[in-house]
Ligand binder design. Structure first.
Ligand SMILES: Cc1cc2nc3c(=O)[nH]c(=O)nc-3n(C[C@H](O)[C@H](O)[C@H](O)COP(=O)(O)OP(=O)(O)OC[C@H]3O[C@@H](n4cnc5c(N)ncnc54)[C@H](O)[C@@H]3O)c2cc1C
Length: 310
């Protein structure tokens, strides 16, 4: 793993830095490149502008590894309010949650009790109403997939993220396809050892393309799979679009997801050309670890931090 990426991912877990960084204005200025604001209203406002350009959105309140049951309930209640707001404003938006934000570290049943009402509530909104579950570090992969499978038995509208850098994902994907699940495919954002994840970027990219081909296959589509290809990698997007075209997947059924503020021109281009283009908008005060992962994905982003310092 690239040294800088490694250092930034290490810093994302450092408690002292997490405490210090948000105190500095130049850091907060850089963060604003990746999120429209800390409040949910800022996210809603940005979603309205994107909707006018035919781009749908996914909201996520930043935060992970909460340590009390009360906090997990507060997160659940927050999201119930957001789902109601989405319905009232008729925004083409979904939400995405982290299970450790809903209490996974405190127990699977407790977490599920917070998750289930969100999936139920999401189903009441009009249009496509998947409740997305993010994928966190590999210590959580199995538990996340177990809770997802439990939810999928009860609800049709739960979706889960899988990471192309993990060796295990090829097999996990087969199980998800047999369930006809909604699957978001990403490369993976955490610091993982070579025992569980491909250390070389080119292998991650190759695995991503192989997994995407499987998701777009006629067999997966017959199972009712919803594939969300979440990447900013334009070369990969072009290859997947070509593969889809050759395999009779209509553009409207080819879904690309990106993060707010990254490759915005590409998000627009995809929407204009008739693809299903979606943007994940993050908000909330607990942005430190998430922001550091964004820096690690592209260490050149450190220049923005430095520029904002001066
Ligand atoms: C909608 C969505 C949901 C996600 N959910 C999860 C999740 O649940 N779990 C998880 O582990 N990961 C998640 N990720 C993050 C993902 O794993 C990758 O870390 C991230 O998308 C960067 O990889 P890439 O596919 O864009 O490819 P890369 O090869 O990393 O990047 C391709 C190009 O995109 C641009 N780019 C990429 N990242 C940045 C950045 N931060 N700043 C500026 N430019 C950038 C650069 O031009 C780069 O050359 C999510 C990503 C998206 C888009």
């Amino acid at each position: 793993m690239n040294l800088m990426r490694s250092a930034l991912l290490w810093a994302s877990q450092n408690a002292w830095l997490r405490e210090q960084a948000p105190r500095h204005k130049f850091v907060r200025r850089t963060v604003s490149r990746f999120m429209p604001g800390e409040g949910v209203d800022d996210a809603m406002q940005a979603a309205r502008s994107l909707a006018a350009q035919n781009i749908r959105t996914i909201f996520t309140q930043l935060g992970e590894n909460i340590t009390s049951a009360l906090e997990a309930e507060q997160v659940r209640d927050h999201y119930l309010g957001v789902l109601a707001q989405i319905r009232e404003s008729a925004l083409p938006a979904e939400i995405s949650v982290k299970l450790t934000q809903l209490g996974l570290d405190l127990g699977e049943d407790l977490c599920y009790r917070n998750l289930a009402p969100l999936i139920e509530r999401a189903a009441l909104n009009s249009g496509v109403t998947t409740l997305w579950i993010d994928m966190e570090g590999s210590a959580y992969t199995q538990r996340t997939l177990d809770l997802f499978t439990r939810a999928r038995r009860e609800y049709a509208n739960a979706g889960v993220c899988v990471q192309a850098y993990l060796y295990r994902t090829k097999e996990d994907l087969e199980r998800l396809i047999s369930l006809g699940a909604a699957v978001r495919l990403v490369k993976g954002a955490y610091k993982e050892p070579p025992a569980v994840a491909f250390p070389r970027k080119q292998d991650v990219d190759a695995n991503y393309f192989a997994l995407a081909q499987r998701l777009l296959s006629a067999d997966a589509r017959q199972h009712g799979v919803r594939s969300a290809l979440a990447t900013h990698d334009r070369a990969l997007i072009a290859r997947m679009a070509q593969f889809a075209e050759q395999n009779g997947v209509p553009r409207t059924a080819l879904e690309f997801q990106m993060l707010y503020g990254i490759q915005s021109a590409e998000q627009l281009r995809l929407a204009r050309e008739g693809y299903d283009s979606r943007v994940l908008i993050a908000y909330g005060p607990h942005w430190y670890a998430w922001f550091m992962r964004r820096l690690a994905e592209r260490p050149a982003n450190l220049w923005f931090v430095i520029k904002n310092f001066f």
